[in-house]
Design a protein around this ligand. Structure first.
Ligand code: TRP
Length: 361
């Protein structure tokens, strides 16, 4: 059987460069590798609602933003099936049956959900839907028999949970579901890109993001404000690399030919870092270099975005036809699941024959 990709994002805002280096860039590579039989990319609006019940309009408005972000990074509607989660009721049905295979204490141990609960200050008022979203995510993945989930490091606990559900299901009811594995970025830095303020993670709620849809001027302003090394006051002062966001982003974005193109007096990043640590290299210079490196990556993305922004009805069709095609696949899996569980009474001649025999003396 061929390899299948399923992955997605919650539409709670535009996607940023953390999403890009953490997952989107890899998705495009995988798409172009030709190794995959099918690629499904899902806008996880139902999951987004699990902690936005009071703000469905936010989710509704961001569906198109995320679709445009997908198309603008180079995901190709000829190669990828795009879908909107809430429009596939089979996913909800699978979630309900999988819920019977998962304990509350297992969910409580999920480190990503734990930290999200803390971040949102839910304390005693955690929505049940939010608490159980790892189960729904297992449904998303298994509905498409996905083998591979390209995602950021924070999704690892979800994948672990999904694999447990698959094993439990297959042991209990028979081999129906496929165990998925995560595909992480190979570059360590890309797994958790910090915000421009140096805070743990780029996140829209912290207001420290560079968005894929930012203009050149917005990117440039953000790089100018970027956190570097507060002890590096004069150019001649020795500087620190650790925790210095400019260097972190360079680690994530520099390409083999970046120096040759934009900073030919250095051979590579190690040399640049060494000079910075020694002293004599100013922040303005490294920031200008970062700007050029970022711009090279972001300019074509911005251009593709403009192309698709002028074709919204076409994007709508891509989403609609993708969702319809995806629903057929999810429905086939649901049928397999219900057959395996023997909850297919009206398609199961054995059941009625058994019942008849039982009640006919
Ligand atoms: N949890 C992902 C996010 O936070 C979105 C998502 C939902 C997802 N279902 C998925 C990712 C299935 C990968 C696979 O953005």
């Amino acid at each position: 059987m061929g390899k299948i990709i399923l992955t997605g994002d919650r539409p709670t805002g535009r996607l940023h460069i953390g999403h890009y280096v953490g997952s989107l860039r890899r998705r495009v590579e995988l798409q172009n590798s030709g190794e995959f039989e099918k690629i499904y990319i899902m806008i996880a609006d139902a999951q987004a609602l699990t902690d936005n019940a009071d703000n469905p309009e936010k989710v509704r408005q961001n569906i198109m933003e995320v679709a445009l972000d997908y198309l603008s990074v180079g995901l190709d509607p000829e190669k990828v099936t795009f879908l909107i989660q809430s429009q596939i009721p089979e996913l909800t049905e699978l979630t309900f049956y999988y819920s019977d295979l998962v304990t509350v204490s297992r969910l409580q141990r999920n480190p990503t959900v734990k930290s999200e609960i803390q971040m949102r200050e839910f304390e005693a008022s955690i929505p049940v839907g939010f608490f159980t979203y790892p189960i729904s995510q297992a449904a998303d993945i298994t509905a498409f028999k996905a083998t591979t989930v390209p995602a950021g490091e924070d999704q690892e606990p979800m994948l672990e949970q999904a694999r447990e559900i698959v094993r439990k299901f297959n042991q209990t009811y028979g081999e129906v579901l496929v165990e998925p594995s995560i595909s992480l970025p190979t570059n360590e830095t890309c797994r958790r890109l910090p915000g421009i303020d140096g805070k743990a993670k780029m996140s829209k709620s912290l207001g420290n993001c560079i968005y894929l849809s930012d203009t050149e001027k917005e990117v440039s302003d953000k790089v100018r404000q970027m956190y570097t090394d507060p002890t590096h006051l004069k150019v001649s002062d020795p500087g620190h690399i650790e925790g210095n966001v400019v260097f972190t982003y360079l680690d994530a974005f520099v390409k083999e030919d970046s120096f040759e193109k934009y900073l030919p007096e250095y051979q590579n990043l190690d040399e640049l870092k060494a000079h910075y640590e020694k002293g004599g290299l100013g922040d303005v210079k490294i920031k200008n270099f970062l700007k050029a490196v970022l711009e090279e990556e972001l300019a074509p993305i911005r251009e593709r975005r403009h192309y698709w922004e002028a074709r919204i009805p076409e994007v709508y069709e891509i989403l609609k036809s993708g969702t319809e095609a995806a629903e057929k696949v999810a429905a086939a899996t649901l049928t397999d699941v219900k057959n395996a569980m023997k909850i297919n009474y009206f398609e199961d001649p054995e059941w009625i024959a058994e019942q008849e025999a039982k009640f006919t003396k």
